[in-house]
Structures are given as structure tokens and as C-alpha cells.
Design a protein around this ligand. Sequence first.
Ligand SMILES: [Zn+2]
Length: 263
Amino acid sequence: MKSIYSKMLLLMMISSSIYAFAWGLTGHRVIAEIAENHLSGKAKREIRKMMGQERLAYWANWPDFIKSDTTGVWKQTSVWHYVNIDPQTDFTSFEKNLKAQSGPSLYSQIKTLSSQIKDEKTSEKDRKIALIFLIHMMGDLSQPMHTGRSEDLGGNKINVTYFGDKTNLHSVWDGKLVDSQKYSYTEYAKLLDIKSKEEVKQIQSGTLENWLYDSHQIANKIYAQTPNDSKLSYDYQYKFNDTMERQLLYGGLRLAKVLNDLF
Ligand SMILES: [Zn+2]
């Protein structure tokens, strides 16, 4: 399986520049790397059995790369990366809206993939694919614009400029804010990661629905402060850098929690 995926990966990377990837390459890898640092011994051993020596960060972007696949095999996975929801101001109504949604989404698929990994009847190959998707999608969960409104496709239809370049709000949050810090993913993971057990435990508490609401509330704040035609530059970075970094850290720690619970 590895060689096919490696070739595919290479092909996808060549064509990747035209696509807006969730959290961009660096963001997803930072999240995977932080998660790797917080795995339990048991989870680490089980994941090594499935992945060999490859780190989580190696696979973290694969579910975005396969968006470029033209065979149609992965087509149904394109809606797994986000859950669009109208702005909700309290958790109860958010949860109600979330649960009322039908069809596959980030929300439904995180649960489906987790059960697939747990199910002993799942083949080795499908288990690995499910794990790769889960690593990626727990990252998407923490990118606020992946829990945004459907009317503007999570900010994709909100046009802005970023240091003079035409882009959109979704794309600013996917990659531009992270990349503007110019760290490698290992440097960034090291800088953001925390050791305090109490703090880690606090961030990892809550349910999947709580975590989605957490991202959704941030999305609402971003919408309010980034209207259409905004001209974004240093002041926007200054305003939102802490939020972006918080989301990378929280994404990593919550991914670790999900994996530790699974194995
Ligand atoms: Zn994604």
C-alpha cells in the first residue's frame, strides 16, 4: 500500500499549489506532531503496528492530497472535511442543529472512522486509511472556518486581500496565517506544545460536540471581524495569531485524546 500512496502523494504534491488545503501543510503537521508527543504507550504501540515507523505528521495531509485524484475513488470524502452550520449563540442550540444534520460531514465521519478503527472486522488496509483520515479531520475540526456558515462555504466566498494578494477568508485561516510565521512544523510544534498535565487534561476534556462548538464560536468571531473586501495585513496577524496558535495546540492535544481513547 505504501508505494502506491507514495506515488500518489508525489503526484498530488505536484498539483497541490492550485488547491486551498485545510490548515495548509504546516498546520496539519503541527497538530499531528503535538498529538504524537501526547500519545499513551499503548496507543503509540498500536499505531506503530499500523503505520510502521512513519510519524503521524507524514500522513496528516494525505486526505487533502487525494482531492486531486481523478479516478473518483475518493470523491465521497470531499464533504468529510467540514461541517457547515448557521451561527449559533449557545451550545444547546448548536448541538441540536449539529445532530439534526443528515448526510456525511466532519462531525458524522469522525464518529464513523473511530468505530471503524475499533471494529475488529475492519481489514488492516481500511483501518490504516481510517486512522489517516481521523488524524487529518481532527485537525480540520480545530480550523474555525471548517465549522462556519454554509451560505459562504465556510468563508470561501468572503473575498479579502492578504498583504495585497486577492484571496478569501477560508484560505487565510487554512494556511496564510500559519505560514506567515515561517516556522517548520517541528519547530512550531515544539514552540506551542505544553507540558503541564493539568492544562493538557483541561484542554482534552469535553465531547466532540463541545470541541466543534469551541471552533464554531471562534468562526463567529472571525466572521464579525472580517467582512467581505477586508484588507488584511500585519494588524490582522497581530489580532488573530494567538487564536490560530491556540487552535493548533488544541487540535493536537484533542487528537491525542481521541487516539488514546481508541487504543
Ligand atoms: Zn481537510
